[in-house]
Ligand binder design. Sequence first.
Ligand code: 3EB
Length: 345
Amino acid sequence: MDGDSLQVDYVSSDELALRPPAWWAGVLGVVGFEKPPLAHHPGVPITASMTPSLGSQAARCEVWRLMGDAIQTETLTPSARGTVQYRRGGELLFGSLTVDELRFEGNASAALRGATYDAYEQVFALLKKTQYPHLIRVWNYVPDINGEADGEERYRHFNAARQAAFNDCGRSTTGAVPAASALGSLAGNPISIYFLAARKPPTMIENPRQISAYFYPPKFGVHSPTFSRACLSNSAGTNLFVSGTASIVGSETLHHGNVTAQTFECLANIASVLHEANRIVNTPSYSLDGLHFKVYVRHSTDLDAVRAVLSSSLEATTPVVYLQADVCRADLLVEIEAAGVATPH
Ligand code: 3EB
């Protein structure tokens, strides 16, 4: 690791408006939940996942910020930005875009596939142009993800088009693929994607308890999802990104209808990913308590049950944000992602 360090923070949207200009200097991007926050700063991408936050906390947003002396963020004019808003600093680039399916031709599935393909094509073109070739982490929010279009689940159409775009843009669809999350936003929203990319190649981590998603058997979709279980960025302080993690062992969903058991299984999978990351870096550096968590709950009425599991498994000081979102298999009730730094031992 060298140079700057990347931090993620969950800040209330109101507080954001009070931050001084110097604080914004290192901000690479801001992600609101139900909607983009009103606060802004010239040149900083502001987006939203369109997944409402749960619990009593005031509206919050996710802030990706570089700390350190070597920050070289820039302010781009709107015309230079194109469809992908982005900001880069040192080794890393943050980008975001939304694509509306209604702009694409054909039947419902063709429009969804067209929009997804277009989004990824634009991301890859930007990475080429800016010379941040390595996609390390992608967040995908697809409206009505479990709905059907022309006889197939919308998530499966998304997977087909995502994989096609990776292929056609000369990228691998197995192995060196980014960590990711894919969740359902409310129907009627555009597809919303944000991402981090790096100049240096990252290190991908798989979970020994799970079949790699890109090798799932065809019964989960003819075109497998294109993501790694986790990614070490090798570029900045917040250097472990754990993908959205669900109650899947092997390739099967476990604990149908039991949200408490599914939540424990998610944490067991994350613990397994951390163990694998520690094995690969050859020092026991990552632990559950060094991470920030984002928890997606399908049914808001399950919030207390999910929260009880996290409270019993994590230190009280570990930051956890809860959001409502559909998960990309109809039988999954919860999905948990995480990011964080190595803690010294
Ligand atoms: C899974 O393990 C659960 O399609 O990008 C998790 C993280 C999931 C990312 C994606 C899907 C994706 O298959 C779903």
